[in-house]
Ligand binder design. Structure first.
Ligand SMILES: [Zn+2]
Length: 270
């Protein structure tokens, strides 16, 4: 069925156009998109068109979902798969967007067999084989250079879930080494937990210490939002994520900043 799917996708790409001004507005809105080359922008736009076609986005809690919001969410989701196949998001369809934090209610059984009913405010949630849920207030606030990005975070969980429950170990490419991945992530995770236990500040969100799946999701956020920090502070993780996502965002952002600086210098000379 591969040929039919490819033919269908080519047909969609040939027929569907994104609103050019909304698209430009989205690219300008986030540092990690502004830094893309022309070729990468075209590739991202194709991913976004297919993504919007294949996923169903619903506003919840009274949120009217506008096209600029859909495109903003799709563009952030697709930066992870810019150089991967859109099939990395296979097996589920629905994206539910709340205006702000939403309350998740669930039960879990602890080690003593006691069942706890939990009600807690969430900014995002990804279900295995099910929907992905986002708070628009949080999705809207991403890209401000803080490293926080709920869309990238939840979609990283979805990629992690391609081989079962989220555990920080997504299915690696054939040219990657499972031992190297495990080694890099285990060492960095334990180091982060130890430094938090000593009460130290950490270069990335402390939520990463929750468990290995959150560590992978938070590292993925930082990889795109603050690539220089991951590159300098967690070089082994940067190396693994770079091979996994097939991107080098630190180099890309560096080139974009250089270009901005020389443009500013030219303006000053004039
Ligand atoms: Zn998470």
């Amino acid at each position: 069925m591969g040929w039919f799917r490819d033919w269908r996708r080519r047909r969609i790409l040939g027929q569907v156009r994104l609103d050019a001004s909304l698209w430009q507005q989205t690219l300008n809105r986030y540092d990690f998109l502004r830094a893309l080359s022309q070729q990468e922008r075209v590739r991202l736009r194709d991913r976004v068109v297919l993504f919007l076609h294949e996923k169903a986005m619903h506003g919840a809690g009274g949120l009217p979902l506008r096209d600029d919001m859909r495109i903003a969410i799709a563009a952030q989701a697709c930066i992870l798969i810019l150089n991967l196949d859109i099939d990395f998001y296979r097996g589920w369809v629905d994206i539910i967007v709340y205006p702000d934090e939403f309350v998740a209610e669930y039960e879990f059984t602890d080690d003593d067999g006691v069942v706890h009913a939990v009600k807690e405010p969430m900014t995002g949630e990804a279900w295995l084989g099910g929907p992905l849920i986002l708070s628009w207030a949080d999705a809207d606030g991403a890209g401000q250079g803080t490293g926080y990005n709920v869309v990238i975070h939840e979609f990283a969980h979805k990629i992690d879930m391609l081989n079962g429950d989220a555990n920080g170990f997504p299915p690696l490419h054939a040219d990657m080494n499972r031992n190297e991945w495990a080694q890099a992530f285990t060492v960095a995770y334990e180091k982060l937990c130890a430094s938090l236990a000593r009460g130290e500040e950490t270069p990335i969100d402390a939520y990463a210490s929750e468990d290995p799946s959150e560590f992978f999701a938070v590292m993925s956020e930082a990889f795109f939002e603050l690539p220089a920090v991951v590159h300098d502070q967690y070089p082994d993780i940067y190396g693994q994520l770079s091979r996994f996502y097939r991107q080098d965002p630190a180099a890309r952002l560096g080139r974009a900043l250089d270009a901005d600086a020389s443009a500013t210098a030219r303006v000053r000379e004039d």
